[in-house]
Design a protein around this ligand. Sequence first.
Ligand SMILES: *Cc1c(COP(=O)(O)O)cnc(C)c1O
Length: 353
Amino acid sequence: MGNVFNLRSLVRKNIWDIKPYSSARDEYSGEAAVFLDANENPYSVAGQEARNRYPDPYQRELKQAVAEIKGLPAENIFLGNGSDEAIDLLYNIFCSPGADAAVISSPTYGMYSVSANTNDCRIIDIPLKNGVQLDSEAILQSCSGAKLVFICSPNNPTGNLLDTSEIEALLAQYKGIVVIDEAYIDYSGALSWSKRLGEFPNLVVLQTFSKAWGLANIRLGMMFASKEIIALANKIKLPYNISGIVQEYALRAIESKKNTISSIVAETIASRDELCRELCKMSFVIKVLPSDANFVLVKTTCPKEIYQYLLSNKIVIRDRSSLLYCQGAIRITIGTPEENRQLIEALKQFGRD
Ligand SMILES: *Cc1c(COP(=O)(O)O)cnc(C)c1O
C-alpha cells in the first residue's frame, strides 16, 4: 500500500488560508538603535533587569541552541509553552471542530483527549494490546476520518517504549499525521524518531524540557516536524508564546548543563531499578511494569489504601487505578535516593499494618 501524503488536504482550510498577525518584531528584528515600533515603554520600570521590550517571537537564539543539542535544523523545530501548547496547536491546525477525529491508545497521557475535547474533536480509542503495546493493525483499520494519531513512547502511565516495527507500520501506511510524544525519551536509551523526519513527511515528534532537563517550572516544550508543518504552527501560535525570561533561562541552562544531563538521568535510572527490586518484594504488589521512563506503574491489590496511607505520611503518588486497563495501578515518580528511601520505608510499614 503506497502512502500518498498530501499535507494541504489534511490542514483545515481556514488555517491554510490564514494571513498571520504580523507583530512589530516580525517586521523588524535587526539591531536598530531607536525602537519606536511596538508601543513599548522606553523606561524599564519594574524589576532589576530591563524587561520593557518584547521578546523574539521565533526564539531564534534558543532554537539554534536546541538545534545543536538535538542535531536538527532550526527550521524543523517549534518551541511551545510546554509540549501541551504543541498538542493544542496540532488540533488547531488539522482538526475542524465538530467534524474531525484523532486516535489515541489507552491507557495514555490525558492531554491528548483533553485537548481534543476543547477543540470539539472526536477521539477514537484503539487500546494498547494487552494494555502495553501499540496495535498498528487495529489503528490502520479504524482510523479513517482521523487526522491525527497520538503515540506516547515511552508511554505514560505504563512506562514502556512502544515497538519500532508497529510505529514504522503506522508511519508508512497511515495518510494522516503521526505524533510521537517522547517526553521520557532521555530515560529510555532509544533513538529519537526525530532522526527519521526525512523518511516520513507525516511524522511529528514532541519532546520537553520538563522531565530530563528538570525545567518543568519554566514551561518549554519542543515539536520536531517537516518545515512545512513547523511553518503552520508558527503561523497560528500566539505571537510571543515564549517569554524572554524563559528564552534566556533555557539558553543558559542548555549552555551550562548539556554535558551533565546524562549523568543525572543515569542516577535516576539506577534509582528506578533499585526501587523496582524493593517493590517486587512487597506482599501487596502484583506486578511492577518494566519502565523506560522516570516513573513506574505498579499493579497492586489495594491502590486506594496505599495512596491514602502514603498521603498520611506526606508522600504523594498517583492513583491510576481508575484508568482503562489500569486496575489496581499506582504510578510512582522516581525521586532522590532519600525520597525513594522514605517511600520504601512507608510502604514496608503499610505492609506490616
Ligand atoms: C510530562 C509529559 C509531557 C510534558 O508536557 P509539558 O507541557 O512539556 O510539561 C508531555 N507528554 C507526556 C506524555 C508527559 O507525561
